[in-house]
Every structure is written in C-alpha cells, then in structure tokens.
Design a protein around this ligand. Structure first.
Ligand code: NAG
Length: 274
C-alpha cells in the first residue's frame, strides 16, 4: 500500500517532469493545421478503383522512388532513397545507371532539352548528370546558406531550372515535425544556368513539393502539401511574378505534379482525407 502511494506520486512527478521537458525541448512551435473545407462537406470526387489496375514498374528493384521522367528516346528515369538514379530501358530492363551518394536521398528529377538529368539531392541541392554520366553540383547554396531538402525540379523554355525546397527548417527525416508545426517553411527557387546563380522566387510555402510548367510556358504550378492546394506562379511577360491559386480544397495532400500530353495536369495525392 505504502509502496503504491510512493510509486503513484513518483509517476505523477515523472509525468510533470516529462511534460515540462517536452515543452522546454520541443523542436517545434506549432500553429493550427487547417484542413480544407472539403473534408467536412460531401466529397467532390467519387472514389474509384482505377489505381488497382496500375502496372507496377520496378517492384522490388527500387528503394522508395519519388519521381519519374522520360527522355527523348523513351528511357524512364527515377531516383531513390538510397542515392541511385535508375532507369528503365526501352527493352524493359532496369539499369542501375548512376549512384550519386550512398547516404543522400534523391527526390524529384527531370530531363532537360539538352539531354541532362537534373536531380534533387536532399543534402546538397541540385545535381546535374550529363548523358555520358558526368556528375556536377549545380545549385548548392543560396545567399550563402546550404540548400537542403530540394524536392522537385522543372526546366523552363529559357533553360532556367525552377525547384522546390520542401522545408528550410526541417530536413527530410524530420518532415513529420514540419507537418506538426504546420508553419510554411517551403520555398520555390530558380537556378539560372547563364549566371549560375540561385535566387528566391516564392517563400512561405506549406511544404513545397511537386513543380511543373504549363505546356504553353505561361505559368508554373507548385504544390503545397500541408495546404491541400497548388499555386500558379505566372511566367509570361505581362503577368510575371503574380501568384494565383491553381487548385485548392484537394481531397488530400498533394505530392508530385506532372504535365500530361494533352496539357492537363496529374497530381499525386499522398494522403486522402476520409
Ligand atoms: C536490354 O538492353 C540492355 C542494354 O543494351 C542489355 O544489357 C539487356 O540485356 C537488354 N535486356 C533484354 C531483356 O534484352
């Protein structure tokens, strides 16, 4: 009985101490995460099973591939959690094409008009791999600070590379903290190959994720995962720099975005709200 009381008060003291500790040492200072109104209203989109019919490429071969791109010859590239760029040849064989780094996760990638593959390295920034396999670091710093957590990249018609940084506060492995904090630490950056300079395009994005450019090159779309929306950043002369909402109230959190051959967009939803 006596022991019971002692251990109960010990537990209470420990609980208080733990609570104080959590408050003192918490790595986050959270805001409220606002989910879209669509969550509480009847769904806009009718559920279907179309994805059940998808063909799985590279199952058992790829370690958490994030993104895909296809070059002029029809070779499909993807980059993995364990630092590889792997490619699917047109005869159906997967090739371990290029290892960028043992311990760096690679995310979004794109093939440029010149035939280079540009990949987002979550520790280093933007990396270029030429057709013959030569690796060059392109954008590693902005205003003297290391670029971390580069997420997705797209090439504009003028050769500029636009890319997202998911969070400037938390790294890849701490992404759940970025969600818990629910503050917009994401950015859209631009790398200009003629000056080799990297500049800030948009700041304060809610986990900047997929980026793509419309087929007419009039605007860029960047997805804000935590905000369940994608923004339109105007590129065409008379609208340049203006930002509009491209789509909001998505039925879940958007991840990558791809341009379809007919000019429409595919958006991958990583978590569908129920
Ligand atoms: C596909 O092409 C590659 C490269 O030429 C070759 O190494 C591989 O054996 C081929 N695979 C098949 C199934 O033909």
């Amino acid at each position: 009985m006596g022991y019971g009381i002692i251990s109960a008060s010990f537990l209470l003291v420990s609980a208080v101490a733990l609570t104080v500790q959590v408050f003192l040492y918490s790595p986050i200072s959270p805001d409220i995460l606002e989910l879209p109104s669509a969550v509480s209203s009847p769904p806009l989109y009718t559920p279907n099973n179309y994805l059940q019919a998808a063909i799985k490429l590279g199952e058992g071969i790829l370690n958490k591939p994030e993104d895909v791109c296809v070059d002029e010859k029809g070779i499909l590239y993807t980059a993995t959690r364990d630092g590889w760029i792997k490619r699917l040849l047109t005869n159906g064989t997967w090739e371990n094409w290029k290892k960028i780094h043992d311990r760096h996760t690679l995310l979004g990638l794109t093939v440029t008009r010149a035939g280079d593959v540009i990949v987002c390295d979550t520790e280093e920034g933007l990396i270029k791999v030429s057709e013959d396999g030569e690796v060059t670091a392109l954008a590693t710093h902005m205003n003297g600070a290391n670029i971390r957590f580069a997420d997705d990249v797209v090439e504009a018609a003028d050769g500029s590379l636009y890319f997202s940084v998911a969070s400037t506060k938390f790294g890849l492995h701490d992404w759940p903290l970025d969600l818990l904090e629910a503050k917009p630490h994401g950015q859209l950056l631009k790398y200009d190959p003629s000056t080799k300079e990297t500049s800030l395009v948009l700041d304060g994005l809610g986990f900047a994720n997929g980026v793509t450019i419309s087929s007419d090159q009039e605007f860029l779309v960047v997805c804000e995962t935590w905000k369940s929306r994608c923004l339109k950043y105007w590129l065409k002369e008379e609208m340049r720099g203006k930002v509009d909402i491209f789509i909001d109230n998505l039925p879940g959190m958007p991840d990558n975005i791809k341009l379809a051959p007919d000019g429409s967009f595919w958006i991958a939803i990583l978590q569908v709200y129920e």
